[in-house]
Structure formats: structure tokens, C-alpha cells
Design a binder for this molecule. Structure first.
Ligand SMILES: [Zn+2]
Ligand SMILES: [Zn+2]
Length: 562
């Protein structure tokens, strides 16, 4: 294929941007940008021109002409290929995001140390961009919106992101086809943390469904008697419909609401007596003589044994949560004052609030120096007088430093009611290094809660590698609680490892890591993840009543004096 002008112009435009990002010669980058502009508007194709004529075109010149020749000869500009090789793929992706040019990307990469879109989005959510020159609140908001748009177009969503669309669609389908049944199923029904399709079982005729969805911004991917799939035009989500008859609707809902492993085990044990004439999922369980296994638990096969022995956990509900543990105020990088946070918690019927702003090493997040801590603690004392019987606890989200130590001297640490320890810096590390830092922090008698233990950001950053089993065992030995960070992009610790926590009697704490009062609602997503692991209210620290929490602190403080 011969490169056309549009392709060549794009190459120079990219070369200009990357030259700027890498701090190259600005005259050169301007020349490349000008060349891109000129080439795009040329009346004739460069491929049709003799090489010696190119350099004489205004806006091109010798150096650019040479590079055009490289494209024709080798398919690429060497200088550009080199720059691309030296740029993290996340930074390359950022170039596709509206509203951030090379200048801003340079600051994001070199000053903020952010190398992926997911991290950038998280930094926006945490209000971190506004601390840098050239990034006002408006810019931050528009970057955030552009990133969300970009990520949505990739086709996977956080559960919390897709939830409103799922609910609206469900209501719209039921309203439009009142004579038919729509049963939610699949991964959304199982409350998985990321969702790439929404699934229903229905007895609606496929053709009728198709014409309705075509009118409503979806295109048909597959239309068959067994199942139909539609792709959203704006929202890049797949809708998957399993067609059923009136008689086998619930059988189908059951089989599509289980993980593969679970369903295989179910079949192996011959728990189905028939495939039709169930008129609820409950009937299927009754017939199999098992207690009802809610869809969110239908992941592993062990749950079937628990159901046979009538031993299923009574899982935690959002209403069981009695406190906000892990929250940030304006003292570090939060949006609200402590008083605003406390009053919102009171209005929600909660009993206490744990304020855990960032520690001093987290300069990017306006972490608290020893002097500012004193002032913050005085403010909390005053508020505690004023807001009785509600309690605000003095906490800190202490950075776990490179060697695994906490961020303040023991004297300062002793001034906190409770310490949450989290890794925020130097996230690129191997398992050995990560475990060394984490285990040291866990062994520290001042650590009561291990915050977001892998640092993962769902759909955007994998998190550093850890040995979950070792980590959990160490928390059991040292009486440390493991946070289930409820931010829908974190949900860290992964629910898949929580059964080991429960086995070892390690408490979980469902914490919103709230940077604003609005983020208190994230608790719900932590609860959904905890339900998948079969966590009960009493296995979760944030469902402790104020009295129980105070007793818990006494046992934690006892560790400090040993
Ligand atoms: Zn954190
Ligand atoms: Zn935090």
C-alpha cells in the first residue's frame, strides 16, 4: 500500500507531539506540525511527486522531505519509531484523549508520574490534577469526562458504571413488552466487578426484540433462535438475550446465572430433575433439596456442599454498614471538610467516621506534616464535642515506604486512634519487593488495617504482584484487618481471596476510601463484592457498632505496647 497524504500528515503530527513530550527541539516539533498541516491540504498526492520536488513545497523543506522518503522506502520514519519505542503505551493512548495535548501529557507523565489512562482517571477522581500548574478544576473535569468516554468505548465497564444503563434498559424492555418476561442473568446478575455484556432470558419473539433495539441505538450482531446479541452504537456494550419458552424461562435463567465450574458440578451431581416447568429458581433448589444459593455465590463448587448442609452464610447487606472507615478530607486531597463528612455520615444513620488523610510523604496528595496533624486533631476534638454521640476517629492512611516502614515516628503514630497502611509510590515492583514492603508494614504494631493491598485499578492497572495467601496469613498472625476498598475501580482485596481471610479469621473492612461525601455511596459496591465472598456482617469491621469498634481499638492498642 502506498502511503497517502493523510497517513503521512498523521505521522508528522505524531512526531511533533512526541518530540514535545520527550522535551526535544521545539523548532523541529513546530516544523513537523507545520508539515502535517501542509501535507493534509496538498492538492496532489506526495506519492505522485518526484522526490526532488517535495523539498521545494512551502512548509516541507529538506529535513521533512527526507523523512517522507523514509516512509515511502521503509514504511516508517526512523526517528518516530524510536520515540514510540521510548514512550509507555499508556502515554501513547493518552494522545487519543480529547483535551490533553503534549504539554499536559508531559506534566502528567514526568511530574505526576502517571503512565496509564486508568491512573490518570483515578488521579482526577482524587482531585489530584488541580495541584499542578495548568490544571484547573475545569480542565480536570473535562479530562475525566474524555477518559471515561474513551474507556467506555473499549467495551468493558465497571459494575458501577454500567449499573444505571442496565437498570434503565431492564425497565424499558419490561415496559415495552409487558406481555413477555425479561429475567436478568449472567455476569451482571452475579455482581462481577467488571461487565462487558448485559444478559437477559426472555420469551419475547426475537424479531420483535430486534426491531425495538434497532430503533433504540443498537445494531444486530447475531439473531438466532437460541440467542441474540446486539451491539450498542453510542455505549459500546453488548446485549445478550437467551431465548426461552414460557416453560423453560427459569431453567434458562439458572443455567446462565452460574459460573461454568458451578454449572458443571451441578450437572455432575445430577441435581436437575427436569428442564421445564420451573416457575422460579427457588423451585429448582427445592427440587434438588438444597437451600437457595443466590446468584452472586454461584461461582465455586464448594458453595454447593454448603447449601447441601444448609450452611450458607447470611451475607452482609449495605444496611449493616455502621461507619465510614478510610476517608479523606480537605486536609489532604479530599473535597469536603471533616465536619461536612461527619454530618453526611450522621444523616445516613452511621455511628462513626474514621478520617484517614494522607501521610507526609504523599506530597502530591497534600499529605499531613506533624504540625498540621496537631491542628487536625484539635479540630476533630472540637467536632467530637459538638457532634456527640457521633464519633470521629483520628486516623491516617500512612504510606508504606520503600522499605516497608510507616511514615511517622512511633510517637506520632501513637497519637492516632487507628492507622491504615497503604502503598502509593513505586508501584512498579516485583513480588519479592512488594511482599517485603507489605509484610514489614503488617508486622508494624501500629498497623491496624492494610489498605487496598494490590494497588490495582480495574480496567486500567493490574496492581503489583502479591502472594495473597502469605499476606493473609501474616495479617492473621499480627491481627491486622484487610481492607476491601469499595471504590468501584479498586475493589481491592479481590473477593476471590476473601474465603482465605475468613478461614483465618482475618477481619475484612469495607471502606469507601471516600474523597468526598458523595463517594460514601461506593460502600454499596464493596458490599456487592463482599457478598460474592460470603462475608457476614460480623466479619466486617465497618459493620461494628461504635461500642464494638471502641473495644476493637483497645485490642489493637494492646499490640502497640508489646
Ligand atoms: Zn490509598
Ligand atoms: Zn485513601
Amino acid at each position: 500500500m502506498i502511503a497517502d497524504n493523510t497517513f503521512i500528515a498523521d505521522q508528522f503530527s505524531l512526531l511533533a507531539k512526541l518530540t514535545d513530550i520527550h522535551g526535544g527541539n521545539s523548532f523541529k516539533s513546530k516544523a513537523y506540525a507545520a508539515a502535517a498541516f501542509t501535507i493534509e491540504r496538498l492538492p496532489q498526492q506526495l506519492a505522485d511527486l518526484p522526490a526532488e520536488k517535495m523539498a521545494s513545497i512551502k512548509g516541507i523543506g529538506d529535513s521533512v522531505a527526507k523523512k517522507i522518503k523514509e516512509i515511502f522506502d521503509a514504511g516508517e520514519i526512523t526517528a518516530l519509531a524510536e520515540l514510540i519505542a521510548n514512550t509507555p503505551s499508556g502515554i501513547m493512548q493518552m494522545l487519543n484523549i480529547k483535551g490533553i495535548g503534549p504539554k499536559k501529557i508531559t506534566v502528567i507523565w514526568k511530574e505526576m508520574g502517571i503512565e496509564s489512562i486508568g491512573e490518570l482517571l483515578y488521579a482526577c477522581n482524587e482531585n489530584r490534577l488541580t495541584l499542578y500548574k495548568g490544571f484547573g478544576e475545569k480542565t480536570q473535569k473535562s479530562i475525566q469526562e474524555s477518559i471515561e468516554y474513551f474507556l467506555n468505548n473499549i467495551g468493558s465497564y465497571l459494575y458501577a458504571q454500567i449499573e444505571p444503563l442496565a437498570n434503565n434498559l431492564d425497565a424499558a424492555l419490561k415496559k415495552n413488552f409487558p406481555e413477555y418476561v425479561f429475567l436478568s442473568t449472567g455476569i451482571f446478575r452475579r455482581q462481577l466487578e467488571t461487565i462487558d455484556k448485559l444478559e437477559w432470558v426472555t420469551n419475547t419473539p426475537a424479531a420483535a426484540l430486534q426491531s425495538y433495539l434497532l430503533e433504540n441505538n443498537f445494531v444486530t450482531e447475531k439473531l438466532e433462535t437460541e440467542e441474540s446479541v446486539f451491539q450498542g452504537k453510542d455505549e459500546n456494550i453488548l446485549l445478550h438475550f437467551y431465548h426461552a419458552t414460557h416453560e423453560n424461562l427459569y431453567h434458562k435463567q439458572f443455567t446462565t446465572s452460574c459460573s461454568e465450574a458451578f454449572l458443571n458440578e451441578w450437572n455432575e451431581r445430577k441435581l436437575f430433575k427436569s428442564v421445564v416447568n420451573y416457575f422460579s429458581e427457588e423451585e429448582i433448589f427445592e427440587e434438588a433439596k438444597l437451600s437457595f444459593i443466590p446468584p452472586f455465590l454461584r461461582e465455586t463448587i464448594t458453595v454447593i456442599d454448603k447449601a447441601i448442609h444448609n450452611n450458607l452464610p447470611g451475607v452482609i447487606q449495605t444496611k449493616d454498614i455502621k461507619a465510614i472507615i478510610h476517608s479523606h478530607s480537605k486536609w489532604s486531597d479530599g473535597n469536603n471538610t471533616i465536619e461536612e463528612m461527619a454530618k453526611t455520615a450522621i444523616a445516613m444513620g452511621l455511628e462513626y467516621l474514621v478520617i484517614s488523610d494522607h501521610s507526609k510523604t504523599a506530597v502530591y496528595a497534600n499529605g499531613l506534616t506533624e504540625e498540621r496533624l496537631k491542628a487536625q486533631h484539635a479540630e476533630i476534638d472540637e467536632l467530637n464535642e459538638k457532634l456527640k454521640p457521633f464519633r470521629i476517629f483520628k486516623s491516617i492512611e500512612s504510606d508504606i515506604l520503600n522499605d516497608g516502614s510507616l511514615d511517622y515516628s512511633n510517637e506520632i503514630l501513637a497519637g492516632f486512634d487507628i492507622v491504615i497502611a497503604s502503598v502509593h509510590s513505586n508501584l512498579k515492583m516485583n513480588e519479592e519487593k512488594a511482599m517485603m514492603r507489605l509484610l514489614n508494614a503488617i508486622q508494624n504494631p501500629f498497623t491496624s488495617i492494610l489498605g487496598h493491598c494490590t494497588g490495582r485499578l480495574l480496567l486500567s492497572r493490574a496492581g503489583y504482584p502479591v502472594d495473597h495467601i502469605k499476606l493473609i496469613d501474616a495479617c492473621a498472625t499480627h491481627n491486622v484487618v484487610i481492607e476491601l476498598n469499595a471504590h468501584p475501580r479498586r475493589l481491592d482485596i479481590d473477593w476471590r481471596f476473601i474465603d482465605h481471610c475468613l478461614e483465618k479469621n482475618v477481619l475484612i473492612s469495607i471502606d469507601p476510601d471516600a474523597h468526598s461525601t458523595d463517594a460514601f455511596r461506593h460502600i454499596k459496591y464493596g458490599v456487592l463484592a463482599a457478598q460474592k465472598a460470603g462475608v457476614t456482617a460480623m466479619q466486617n469491621l465497618s459493620s461494628y457498632s461504635l461500642g464494638q469498634f471502641e473495644n476493637f481499638l483497645i485490642t489493637q492498642h494492646a499490640k502497640r505496647s508489646i
